[in-house]
Design a protein around this ligand. Structure first.
Ligand SMILES: [Ca+2]
Length: 495
């Protein structure tokens, strides 16, 4: 059926849902299954035919779509008007292109962290990785994460009528229902996204989309406002594409930066999932009352090679690094009142989502004081603002331990410092002149470097952040003996 879907658009996503849940037939008789299927289809048809445009003053629906490991230039639309290389030279994403054409692109949209799990915690809890002490797969050390103040529970506090759902990858250290999700796929992680029994849907994109649409249909039928988070397993390892998409890209000439047919096919499978959601919003008649936010949880995951040959170029590095290639991601918002095809160069970040969503739902609702984001609703309303109201005028990306080098960066205005903890080196870049972070200007501007470094260290101490193992404050670097000892200990463990 999914192959047929590639040939024709006449099938509904509910049919895909029935396809994806075909294992149910193993548990019930074919006759019973067909009766359930027919009832479901009638219900969908009723919604499709009878749904009218919702009242303008009805509470808005919010759909958050989260991609995994999709870099800033992972779409066939540019993320910045001024940077031609901010789109792929090979991947095609027609549905995300549609979202871009209908909404606003944030050229400087940031995941809050360099890797999966911290970003996902931060979306739920609204604080930086340093502040919640979730910077890698180290959630056992977390602090300040109170599930009663997680995003869906706050939405319900702001307006108890809301239904909430999460489908797809979770990778957060609390259960979804504890955070306030009425419906979810449970405590899923990376591995859940690599099924071996779904050759046509190898990253579960279509399955996750079908469940999401079924949830939307149910809420529209019940006239219930909803918050829906759709978290795709694509484009995370293991890279897998549907056969149809793989065939398509194998026939296309490769780009200079992007050339893997499997990755491209997976990326377009993901795009088709987004298209399913967009189509459902249209079909259900809720477009004038529904905001769709799309972003990725961190930059591309990729192997080695010179920077200029990496997938993220003109951004430096990729997932795991605090350079732009690890943290700057596609960030698009579409909804009522947002100027079609618009761009904003004002920096926004994952922990801005909570204040933005709460302001959409109840402008008078007080965001908990511990949270660090600001509402970007003024930008969506096309207000001429250049900064958002946040507790700090900087972002800190903290990565003190894990698979990649321990580094932390602070971004303030056009200036960005990158501290490498092993050496204590602090580099300074000016992003408006040097997007690729190739020219360290710390020697030309030592005072600015010191000022930002002090600000960063002061922030880390203030929020009780974790420091890298072996960090010695007196020398301001990882103490070599301690670092070596720790490394040897780990090596022994592995053996
Ligand atoms: Ca990720």
């Amino acid at each position: 059926m999914l192959d047929a879907l590639d040939e024709s658009q006449c099938l509904t996503w509910s049919e895909v849902f029935l396809f994806c849940t075909r294992s149910i037939t193993d548990m019930m008789s074919r006759r019973t299954f067909m009766r359930v299927a027919v009832a479901a289809m009638c219900s969908v048809w009723t919604i499709a035919v009878c749904a009218d445009v919702v009242e303008d003053d009805a509470p808005p629906n919010i759909i958050l779509i989260l991609a995994d490991d999709q870099g800033w230039n992972g779409l066939s639309s540019s993320m910045s008007k001024r940077v031609p290389g901010s789109k792929s030279d090979y991947y095609q994403t027609p549905n995300l292109d549609r979202l871009c054409e209908e909404g606003m692109r944030f050229s400087q949209g940031y995941a809050s962290a360099t890797v999966c799990s911290p970003t996902r915690h931060i979306i739920q809890f609204g604080m930086s990785p340093a502040k919640i002490r979730v910077t890698y797969n180290n959630a056992k050390n977390r602090q300040l994460c109170d599930p009663t103040l997680a995003l869906p529970n706050l939405i319900k506090k702001a307006d108890s009528r809301y239904a909430t759902a999460h489908f797809g990858k979770w990778h957060v250290s609390f259960k979804p229902h504890a955070c306030g999700y009425d419906v979810s796929d449970g405590d899923t992680s990376n591995q859940t996204g690599n099924p071996n029994n779904q050759p046509n849907d190898p990253k579960r994109v279509y399955e996750v989309t079908a469940r999401s649409i079924a949830f939307m249909e149910k809420q529209v039928e019940a006239a219930t406002p909803f918050f829906l988070q759709v978290s795709h397993y694509a484009d995370h390892l293991t890279f897998r594409s549907s056969p149809k998409m793989l065939e398509k890209y194998q026939a296309l000439p490769p780009g200079t930066l992007h050339s893997s047919p499997v990755f491209a096919g997976m990326n377009e499978d993901l795009d088709r999932g987004v298209g399913g959601i967009l189509d459902a919003v249209d079909r259900l008649g809720i477009k004038n009352n529904t905001f769709i936010v799309y972003l990725a949880d961190n930059g591309f995951d990729e192997g080695h090679g010179s920077l200029a040959k990496r997938k993220a170029w003109p951004l430096s590095y990729s997932k795991g690094f605090v350079f732009e290639g690890g943290i700057r991601v596609p960030f698009i918002v579409c909804g009522p009142g947002i100027k079609a095809g618009s761009f904003s160069d004002v920096p926004v970040i994952g922990y801005d989502l909570i204040p933005t969503f709460l302001e959409l739902i109840d402008p008078g609702f007080s965001v908990p004081e511990c949270m660090e984001g600001g509402s970007f609703l003024p930008l969506l309303n096309n207000s001429d603002v250049s900064t958002l109201a946040r507790p700090h005028d900087f972002f800190v990306f903290h990565y003190p331990a894990g698979r990649w080098p321990a580094q932390t960066s602070l971004l303030q205005g056009p200036f960005k410092i990158v501290k490498t903890w092993a050496s204590g080196d602090v580099e300074l870049f000016r992003l408006d002149d040097d997007l690729s972070e190739q020219h360290d200007i710390s020697r030309q501007m030592p005072e600015k470097t010191d000022e930002l470094h002090q600000e960063m260290m002061s922030y880390l101490k203030r929020v009780n952040a974790e420091f890298p193992a072996g960090y010695d404050e007196a020398t301001d670097r990882i103490q070599k003996e301690k670092a070596r000892a720790s490394k040897q200990k780990k090596k022994k463990k592995r053996i």
